[in-house]
Write a protein that binds this ligand. Structure first.
Ligand SMILES: C[S@@+](CC[C@H](N)C(=O)[O-])C[C@H]1O[C@@H](n2cnc3c(N)ncnc32)[C@H](O)[C@@H]1O
Length: 253
């Protein structure tokens, strides 16, 4: 039995260390490519109404709006929403950004499609995450689609075997380091992580935990949440295998 409970230090995880270490890699080019993948993998129809949840700093929502989609973006982080609004102004596009917690989404059959991109699902306990999935389902009109992009659970295994039962990610920016240490709880199929940043010699720590799903398990969650159909694929829409970088799920309401 493991006494640990899911917990996330959101503000530390997505504070200015995120801007410093992570944002430079999330280039406009990458976001544009990912937005194209969403459209292709989700089969989003031109001009349709999309929910980007959570939208972060709007890197996909603004691009999708520039391509003619009608987009609502929600996030818990006001700072990210401000960045998203500033960028939408610069780009001359319109996105409806709202400060909404995923656990309180209450849209009813309003969207043709919804997307959760970049490992943004599975941070809460299972009951809460199942409830969030039901909320995505309720946000969709009948036949609407939900595209969920997550880490593959198998991605971590070689590193875990090599690192005393832990998965370790190291990101270096000059002399500064962001070290993400993830301890796997196999019984809960969840990793408990600590992100340690060392910047100008100053050390910051943020804890979080993320659920990892096998394909049959997440498909069962989709069915239980009321989706009439769901299937898994890899990041390019091909078959999901142990070598896939991402586990992508497409559910139909
Ligand atoms: C990994 S980022 C991904 C954001 C965006 N999809 C992207 O690709 O850049 C996860 C996001 O989830 C947001 N978030 C975390 N918990 C949330 C909650 N309970 N409700 C709404 N947003 C939340 C964070 O503020 C952050 O912007």
């Amino acid at each position: 039995m493991n006494p640990r409970k899911p917990h996330v230090d959101w503000d530390s995880l997505f504070g200015d260390d995120y801007d410093y270490f992570d944002l430079p890699d999330l280039t406009p080019e990458l976001s544009g490519i990912e937005a194209s993948s969403m459209v292709e993998l989700g089969g989003f129809q031109p001009g349709s109404r999309l929910l980007d949840a959570p939208c972060g700093h709007g890197r996909h929502a603004n691009v999708l709006a520039s391509r003619g989609y009608r987009v609502v973006g929600i996030d818990r982080d006001e700072r990210f929403l401000e960045m998203a609004r500033d960028e939408s102004e610069k780009m001359g596009v319109e996105v409806d950004y709202r400060h909404v917690d995923l656990r309180e989404m209450s849209f009813e059959e309003e969207f043709d499609a919804a997307v959760s991109w970049y490992s943004s699902f599975g941070y809460f306990d299972d009951e809460t995450d199942r409830d969030i999935l039901r909320r995505y389902r309720r946000a969709l009109r009948p036949g609407g689609r939900f595209l969920l992009d997550m880490h593959s659970p198998y991605r971590h295994i070689p590193s875990v075997l090599a690192n005393h039962d832990m998965h370790v990610d190291v990101l270096r920016r000059g002399q500064d380091l962001a070290v993400d240490i993830q301890e796997l709880d196999a019984e809960a199929s969840r990793y408990y992580a600590e992100k340690i940043t060392i910047r100008d010699g100053k050390v910051e720590r943020a804890r979080y935990s993320v659920r990892m799903f096998t394909a049959p398990e997440i498909l069962e969650w989709f069915r239980t949440a009321g989706f009439s159909h769901a299937r898994v694929m890899n990041e390019t829409g091909g078959p999901f295998t142990v070598s896939s970088r991402r586990l992508v799920v497409l559910g139909t309401a």
